[in-house]
Design a protein around this ligand. Sequence first.
Ligand code: SF4
Ligand code: SF4
Length: 135
Amino acid sequence: MMRTTISSNKVRSKFVQDVQDISGQDLLSCNQCGKCSAGCPVAGTMDLLPSQVVRMAQLGMEEVLSSRTIWTCASCLTCVTRCPKGVDLPRMMEALREISLRAGVSKIDLNSLPPELLRELPQLAIVGGFRKYIK
Ligand code: SF4
Ligand code: SF4
């Protein structure tokens, strides 16, 4: 189980401010109702549920940046249509990816991709994937 210390300094940290500035979302508007997690079509592939990602971001827990969830979110907008508080979670996920990428953490090592895979993948998927996963 993940253990962390909650503090007012973390809640008011630059990390929280950056997530809010980049996403344009007020993190504290989420009341943790869980409707986003209940309706997410790819929740089964995630290590943290979408609502847990929001909670960790609210609390300034930068550990959320190492979560698989921020990379597997498909930006499908299902959670946006379900959220009673108007939180745009895909924007928040994008902000977390952006913060990771700015810190130099690419999710994919280009050199590790086999050439035969690159030949088979649709070009649009490759370009879209590069924009999402690589700094
Ligand atoms: S649906 Fe909205 S308010 Fe509810 S947990 Fe998800 S982000 Fe928070
Ligand atoms: S946008 Fe992301 S978090 Fe929201 S429902 Fe779709 S895959 Fe899940």
